[in-house]
Write a protein that binds this ligand. Structure first.
Ligand SMILES: Nc1ncnc2c1ncn2[C@@H]1O[C@H](COP(=O)(O)OP(=O)(O)OP(=O)(O)O)[C@@H](O)[C@H]1O
Length: 586
């Protein structure tokens, strides 16, 4: 964790360059820092503000606190002469306990509200040892100018996640903080070893039932490098390999198998295709007089094997060249080829239906392609679709289907699952929706379409493609300044919102190059919170004035009849960002 004056200076320059241009220069930065800066910038976070929120509903009596107390006491004693603070947080970065013996450091931490009850999650205070470790679920070291917000520059911190080995879930975080000028290379090691000690204490405190399950888990793990899950009632233990291998619908399959063997007794083995496409064998055996089960998963083949060329966005006539989007296209095409039914999830307007349609038409353009919507008579549509070889049925937004509609879908899926008339089924859903296990277990794969802000480079290709479909043959293109504005936007409504913004621009500019002022007001802000109606009206008025005055803040303030100080403050509050380009005749 060397942090010499030279490296501190180059980090400061890198941060300033990033804040000015949005580009991280290619100097060696600690892992995770550049990504965290980008997240903060995309969220529209101010780089000079620090306002951690306070919470008064923290669990200060739970298992984590109980397990951590002796570890924190021991560290406090060991570090009594050091200018270091030891901090325990919950899984949301809210400080549960803080130990610090050095008076000056304590006063500083109090001033910046780095104190119990306050949240140091990245979304609240930007890049820091706690928030960034929670975001990445890995040890994070953040020192001096690596912090996104300048009020944290005086500090260095090392945060280590604490995992609950019983549940496989994050339990909290242990952080060591010091002055950035007094930073020690021991801090990350100390944080990691204290987190490990708390993890062991969590295990020791486990109940007898949990211990029995744990012993079965450990015994199964000792047999070799398989993916292991143990399940009993509401308690599940998952080793790292299983966590990496299994998606949401795989867990539903495992739960179904366990429920079955606990009911019927005996062992059970099944061949499945995992949600990421790998063929695998799942072996379940009961333990503890049928009170739980050990599940071992072995991958039996390679993803997508036998090897075949990857299908890319261009093959599907879709716009986008990012690796993230290319992977989704290839994975979906592979699932189509294997005939694997799937849940295609993603944020609104991200292109779920467009992808399913494109993959279908590439492989079977002359076969049935049907979309069943939640607003239709789902049961009627299902019974009118007895199956069609090579055909595709999209169940659009299954999370919006009523219980009756879902029951009809489950029956229908069972009827068309086998035989010559088998169709390929893609159920689309908004990410994070709750779906019943009986539906999930019939959809063995899950694929997530990444949001546009995670593959923002795709905007460059999407813009001409979407203009081509909306401009009705008119000769309109996107000017460079408007393109820069589009690339800065975070697109909560994804490709559908981008298409809407371009239609808005086309209504204003019939031929020639689209300019920033042709775009809707929402394209001139970065990140930010949901605004009230009045705030949105005020924000849009300021944007229009700035566009009219070519981003001359003083002239825009005059136009609106407000002071210059007010316009600067509002620009900051609303995250307004005006791109100006060379004048172009309409
Ligand atoms: N990669 C792409 N290339 C070209 N057009 C795209 C692409 N992705 C999405 N689109 C277009 O963006 C619009 C929104 O896409 P689509 O309706 O497939 O999204 P969705 O995720 O299914 O939306 P919803 O959540 O509302 O169901 C459509 O007009 C679609 O054709």
């Amino acid at each position: 964790m060397a942090y010499s004056e030279d490296s501190a200076e180059s980090v400061t320059r890198a941060r300033e360059h990033f804040l000015e241009t949005g580009v991280v220069p290619s100097i060696p930065l600690r892992p995770g820092i550049a990504d965290s800066w980008r997240r903060c910038s995309l969220a529209g976070m101010g780089c000079d503000d620090l306002d951690p929120p306070y919470f008064d509903d923290l669990d200060t009596e739970g298992r984590l606190m109980h397990a951590a107390q002796p570890v924190l006491d021991g560290l406090e004693e060991t570090l009594s002469d050091a200018t270091m603070s030891v901090i325990l947080t919950d899984t949301q970065g809210r400080l549960l306990d803080r130990r610090v013996s050095d008076g000056a450091l304590r006063r500083h931490l109090d001033r910046i509200r780095f104190a119990p009850g306050f949240s140091y999650a990245e979304e609240h205070v930007g890049t820091n040892g706690i928030g960034t470790a929670l975001e990445t679920q890995q040890l994070a070291v953040v020192a001096g100018g690596e912090h996104f917000t300048s009020p944290l520059h005086a500090l260095a911190c090392a945060g280590a996640p604490i995992n609950d080995r019983l549940t496989g879930r994050l339990a909290g975080l242990l952080d060591i903080t010091s002055w950035s000028t007094r930073v020690s290379p021991l801090m990350p090691a100390l944080a990691r070893s204290a987190a490990g000690a708390i993890e062991r204490r969590l295990l020791e405190l486990a109940s007898e039932r949990e211990r029995t399950l744990l012993e079965a888990f450990m015994a199964a793990e000792r047999h070799g490098g398989q993916a292991i899950i143990t399940v009993a009632d509401d308690l599940t233990m998952v080793n790292r390999r299983a966590a990496d291998l299994l998606g949401r619908s795989d867990h539903a399959i495992v739960r179904d198998m366990v429920a079955e063997i606990l009911r019927a007794g005996g062992e059970h083995t099944a061949s499945v295709v995992l949600s990421r496409g790998e063929p695998a064998t799942i072996h379940c055996r009961p333990i503890e007089a049928n009170r739980g089960a050990v599940v071992e998963i072995s991958v039996t083949g390679r993803r997508g094997s036998p090897a075949r060329p990857r299908v890319g966005p261009a093959d599907l006539k879709l716009a986008g060249t990012s690796a993230l989007f290319a992977n989704v296209c290839a994975d979906l095409a592979m699932l189509r080829q294997a005939g694997t039914w799937l849940l295609l999830e993603g944020e609104p307007g991200v292109g779920k239906l467009a992808l399913a349609r494109a993959v279908h038409y590439r492989s079977a353009p002359d076969r049935l392609f049907a979309v069943i919507e939640s607003t239709e008579d789902v049961a009627g549509r299902c019974s009118a679709t007895p199956g069609a070889p090579g055909g595709t049925v999209v169940l659009r937004h299954v999370e919006r289907f009523t219980d009756n509609a879902r029951a009809a879908v489950v029956d229908w899926l069972d009827n068309v699952a086998e035989g010559a008339n088998r169709v390929w089924v893609v159920a689309t859903t908004e990410i994070g929706s709750e779906l019943p296990d009986n539906l999930l277990s019939r959809l063995p794969a899950t694929l997530t379409v990444p949001p546009l802000r995670h593959r923002i480079e795709d905007v460059r290709e999407l813009v001409p493609a979407l203009l081509g479909t909306s401009s009705l043959g008119r000769s309109v293109s996107c000017g460079p300044a408007a393109m820069r504005a589009l690339l800065r936007s975070t697109w909560p409504g994804n490709v559908a919102e981008l298409a809407h913004a371009l239609r808005h621009a086309l209504a204003r500019r019939r031929v020639g190059q689209i300019q920033p002022e042709d775009l809707p007001e929402s394209c001139h802000v970065t990140g930010g919170r949901v605004l009230s109606r009045w705030e949105a009206i005020e924000r849009d008025a300021i944007i229009r004035a700035l566009l009219e005055t070519d981003d001359d803040k003083a002239a825009a303030a005059d136009l609106l009849g407000i002071s210059r100080a007010t316009i600067y403050r509002k620009i900051n509050v609303y995250g307004i960002n005006i791109e100006t380009g060379p004048p172009v005749s309409k």
